[in-house]
Each structure stands twice: as C-alpha cells, then as structure tokens.
Design a protein around this ligand. Structure first.
Ligand code: G3I
Length: 366
C-alpha cells in the first residue's frame, strides 16, 4: 500500500509551496459538475483509494436516527471509529454484564459499507463505569482485583471483535500535558506497569490487531511527544507488542498549526522504531461565529495533518472526529467554540472538505 510514498512526498513538497490546493477547485457549495464528474464531487474514500484509509468517528445515536448522516458515513469514509460505544462505561455498564449491542450495530454497518474499523478505546481514565470507579475509591476493589478486572475487560472486548478491528487504541491519553505519566486510578493503584500489561493482554486476545498508543497535543515534536517516544522505546525494549502511535489532531484555528513537514518529522521518529502511525481524531474548532477567514484557516489545519500523514512513510489511516457540525463534541466542551468539522450542520461542504478532496486528488494522480 505504501510503495508510492516517495512519489507522494515529492508531490506534496510542491503542494507545501502553494498556499492551498483547494483554490484549484470550484468554490464550496457550488453545484455539482455535470456528468464526467470531477474530483470535487468524489467522496474522500474514493479519492484516497488504496493510498490511505480515511475515517470518521461515528456517533451511534445519530447513526441510528439520521439517514443523511448514516448514508454519508458509508459513502465518504473507508474507516470508522466508534465515538463512544466501545468505551468501558458503555460495554460493561454493570460489573460482568457486557453490552456490545451498539458497537455491533456499527460493526455490521462497516461490513455492509466495506469499511475498516479502528477500536477506541480499551483503557482510558474517562468514561469508566461507576461500579469500577466507586469500587476503587471505596477500597472494595484492591490492586490485585483491579488488575484482574482490567485483564478481563481487555480480553472480553478484544475477543468479541477479534479479527474485525485493524487498529486498537489500547491505551488513550496516558501521558499528561507536563509530559509525565498521567495521574489516574490506573497509575495510582497498579503502577506504570499497567500500560505494558494492557498491550500484552490485547495482543493475546487478537494477535492480528495493530495495537496503538493514542493521545492529543502530540502532532509535532514537543515534550509530550518526546515522552511518548521514550515510552514506546521502553515498551519495545521489554518486548511489549506495541505496533503503532496515534496523534489525535484536535486543533483550534486560534492556536495555529504545525507544518506538514513538522507532523511528518514527528511521526517519522516513531516509524523509525518500526511502528506504524495514524492521525486518529482530527477536528479544527474555531471561536464562533465562523467567517470566511476562519474557514479558510480551518482548511489549512486539516491540510497540514493530512499532508503530514501522507508525507510520513507508515501513516496509514487518517480519521476525523466527526464530519458534520450537526454532531460534534466541541461546543459542549469548549464554550463559544465550534464549527470544527468538514461539513456544516446541513451537510454542505466547507473549504476544509474541499481542501481534503484536493490533497487526495493530487496524491491520487501520481
Ligand atoms: O450517553 C449519555 C446519555 O445517556 C446522557 O443522556 C447524555 C447527557 O449527559 O450524556 C451521554 O453521555 C455523553 C457521551 O459523550 C455520549 O454522547 C457524555 O455526557 C459526554 O461526556 C461524552 O462525551 C464524549 C467525550 O469523549 C467524553 O470524554 C464525546 O462524545 C467524545 O467525542 C469524546 O471523545 C474523546 C476521545 O474519546 C478521546 N480523545 C478526545 C476526544 C474528545 O474529548
């Protein structure tokens, strides 16, 4: 799948020169061209072809209730990630009662749509079931029992999806923004060895799935991505089955962006260890209301991450964290911010969507 990356790199270097490639395409929202369609109305998955899996996080509630949303998920993307329904609080709401029904809906749809599925996430400090957090806080669940519970959870979930998940986010956000191991109940009760254990248990349950570290604010070279590089080296030295590094890519227009070369350079450090890489949760939020300048800047945010992935040798999936402003986690978490996605609330293309089409079109033309 990656033989052409050198050609891609050459092409994209040319791109880096041009402010934006989408200026090569008709303006956003313009009527679809007549027959003999140009790339501007070809879905991302088609434009990416075999070069790259292009994915989206899928909101299960929207997927089951909104046909426009559901149809667009199938048409546009070659990979999907469950936004919430593979998380522990959903798959084991009561101790020992497993519920994969919502996740299985998405798996069945992915099969129908010929899509790959990224698993998200086996171990995180958020969205844990109350029986677990309260059990630990009350002391009812001690370290030995917690380790057994974690092992059972990872084994149950990975086995349930065995052979149907190409990349698992085994651990999510285990390093904090001070580049230290994040202070969570996992670290406090089990010690730093919980990370290696999680990868070993996941690998045992599905030896074919690629097992990833995943976090935010690690798109470029900084203290946090340095800490991940050190962690990856340490795990690999212990013979722990780590196969990949995922950079989430939650950007804000008001904060500026890395360059594509910086992103590719950072991913390249992990690839030099023999790991695959992925961009796993891209969105580019802005201070509301949107305007043409912010929307154009937003397009650059998506573009540098996509080009950075394409410039890297082993970045094989690029996932957006939702694709329409109609369903987005951003307004609920960042007051006064939003409009973070490729399509607006009416599913109309924004400059960011056209920019992704343009970059993938040029890559596809090699
Ligand atoms: O399911 C309940 C529903 O029953 C209840 O009525 C509703 C009202 O409170 O809440 C629903 O749960 C919400 C859940 O999303 C499902 O929609 C939670 O409150 C809400 O906190 C949760 O937000 C998710 C967030 O992770 C939790 O931290 C976002 O949708 C999801 O996009 C976000 O995703 C994370 C990635 O997993 C990891 N990286 C960062 C990314 C963004 O925070």
């Amino acid at each position: 799948m990656k033989v052409s990356r050198v050609a891609t790199a050459g092409l994209l270097v040319g791109l880096l020169v041009s402010a934006s490639v989408s200026s090569l395409l008709p303006a956003a929202g313009s009527p679809a061209p007549a027959a003999g369609a140009t790339s501007s109305d070809r879905p991302l998955r088609q434009l990416a072809g075999r070069e790259l899996l292009v994915g989206t996080a899928v909101d299960h509630a929207a997927f089951t209730s909104d046909t426009t949303y559901r149809d667009r998920v199938g048409a546009e993307f070659s990979s999907i990630t469950a936004e919430n329904v593979m998380k522990w609080e959903v798959v084991e709401p009561e101790r020992g009662r497993l519920d994969f029904s919502a996740a299985d809906d998405l798996m069945a749809a992915a099969k129908r749509n010929g899509q790959q599925v990224r698993g998200h996430t086996l171990l995180w400090h958020n969205q844990l079931p109350a029986w677990l957090t309260q059990g630990v806080e009350s002391g009812d669940i001690d370290a030995g029992e917690l380790r057994g519970i974690l092992r059972q959870h990872i084994t149950d979930e990975v086995r349930h999806f065995r052979g149907r998940i190409y990349q698992w986010d085994v651990v999510n956000e285990v390093i904090d923004d001070n580049a230290q191991l994040r202070d969570t109940l996992w670290l406090r009760v089990l010690g730093p060895g919980y990370i290696a254990d999680a990868f070993r248990w996941a690998h045992k349950a599905d030896p074919k799935a690629k097992l990833f570290l995943n976090d935010y604010n690690v798109e470029g070279v900084n203290a946090k991505s340095d800490a991940y590089l050190a962690l990856a080296k340490d795990l690999l030295a212990q013979g722990v089955p780590v196969h990949g590094f995922g950079a989430q890519g939650h950007y804000g227009v008001q904060f500026g962006f890395h360059s594509a070369a910086e992103v590719a350079g950072n991913l390249g450090r992990f690839e030099a260890l023999g790991l695959e890489t992925a961009i796993t949760e891209v969105d580019v939020r802005m201070l509301m209301p949107p305007d043409t300048v912010k929307l154009q800047a937003q397009a650059q945010g998506y573009s540098v991450l996509l080009q950075g992935c394409l410039l890297a040798r082993r970045c094989n999936s690029f996932t957006v964290w939702g694709f329409t402003d109609k369903y987005s986690w951003v307004p609920g978490f960042f007051e006064g911010q939003g409009a973070a996605n490729l399509l607006d609330e009416t599913f109309a293309a924004k400059p960011a969507y056209r920019e992704m089409q343009a970059v993938l079109t040029l890559v596809g033309r090699r």
